[in-house]
Design a protein around this ligand. Structure first.
Ligand SMILES: [Zn+2]
Length: 160
């Protein structure tokens, strides 16, 4: 599989990548009103998606019970449909605070899905067209890397 232009750019010129990223963000902000996917701002709205019938997942996302790194090669892009976002278009920088009332950690498979807290507040929701499973995904931007992270959506873990 060929690298995306963005990945090549990241390796060759990180400053250019930063510029590209900020331009893309501006583009997103500028077209927010015309965004094709709905912004889900309530736990119930997300539960409705998560409760849609699905078959046991056979795709490469089945191991993402908790947050896992999943690079562009492992992400089954051909099967994934972008269906919604949890990112509030009116919030420029969502909080990095996490919510773990029961002693879970970021990577716990039973960590609550708390919409207003990190990292859920910057996630997009994708659906697998083969098993109808819904998956949350966001991207971490480190000093010299980008890290795509995904977690399967489980309705029972969505907190109010
Ligand atoms: Zn699947």
């Amino acid at each position: 599989m060929r690298d995306s232009p963005k990945a090549l750019l990241l390796r060759t010129n990180f400053r250019a990548f930063l510029l590209l990223d900020s331009l893309q963000r501006l583009a997103v902000v500028g077209s927010a009103a015309m965004s094709s996917v709905p912004f889900l701002n309530t736990p119930d709205a997300l539960r409705q998606l998560a409760n849609q019938p699905h078959s046991p997942c056979q795709c490469s996302l089945q191991h993402c019970a908790g947050w896992e790194s999943i690079n562009d090669t492992a992400w089954p892009a051909a099967h994934m449909q972008h269906v919604a976002t949890l990112r509030d278009p009116d919030v420029y920088e969502p909080t990095f605070e996490e919510q773990h009332p029961n002693g879970t950690r970021y990577e716990s498979a039973d960590a609550p899905v708390a919409l207003k807290f990190f990292p859920y507040n910057r996630c997009d929701v994708h659906a697998c067209s083969q098993c109808q499973q819904h998956v949350l995904r966001y991207t971490e931007f480190g000093g010299y890397y980008v890290d795509h992270r995904a977690r399967r959506l489980d309705a029972t873990q969505i907190s109010d």
